[in-house]
Design a protein around this ligand. Sequence first.
Ligand SMILES: *Cc1c(COP(=O)(O)O)cnc(C)c1O
Length: 299
Amino acid sequence: MNDFSKGAAWIQGHVIPISDAAIPVTDWGVTHSDIAYDVVPVWQGGFFRLDNYVTRFMASVAALRMDISIDASGVKAALTEMVATSGLRDSYVAMVAARGQNPVSGSRDPRDCNNHFYAWCVPYVHIVKPEVADRGTSVWVAKHICRIPANSVDPTVKNYHWGDFTGGMFEAKDHGFETVLLLDHLGNVTEGPGFNIFAVFGDRVVTADLGVLHGITRRTVLEMATEAGLAVETRPLPLEEFLEADEVFLSSSGGGVIPVARVDDRVFSNGVAGPVAMGLRVRYFDWITRAEHRTEISY
Ligand SMILES: *Cc1c(COP(=O)(O)O)cnc(C)c1O
């Protein structure tokens, strides 16, 4: 009897327990972080905005010039079969396109590689614990590390080049903070490990337009904010302006809208989750149950 309680993987058409899933050590996904990936949430037995996530994934695959021999409907079928087999009703579902192995000995030519698709799912991941998010988390602004420039590694392609985030996380943890925010080389706010970041000024909600992943949760926030009667602005956000915000929050498929109570030594909304962020947080957990955004899974 297979144990899927810790998750499942879809590899070469087979669904297997996640503890049995592996890829070769010579895969360029391992040796060069040469992959495109995406993560769609499953909540209460249904995918949220599945088409949006898979469309972004297929665009990333094309941007990296990979041929993974599976189309969007094939990806959706694979994810559905995998999650149904796992039995997970709240899940973090990853789809991955890897450059693969190069069968030509010594070849550095990426065109020679055998690109491939795989997927895996685990119980739902909150990038910040819900009880911490509810009272407002803490964010360190990295001082020694900048976001990898957008003309070096395209941040609109969700990718495994996490050296900047991981280095930044060590800085944050060394200072007792929950997570890290990276700036670009001009001192504008970009994003952090797995999240976009927003500032609230009165009834205006501002987030970066360039140099960041266009998060599906970011998009959901912009739509929810409009529904809530807030104005939205996507534009460069200098750190000095950001630190003058009334409220700050993060957005991620791993937990939705996450209020921030502190950035460095700056305290926001009296050190608790701000009302605008909290309103959007509650609204997110409503939106992910709305039928028009969902694809139900039959287990
Ligand atoms: C996944 C991710 C996000 C958030 O995107 P969502 O689609 O909302 O989950 C933001 N930034 C980076 C670097 C990410 O990897």
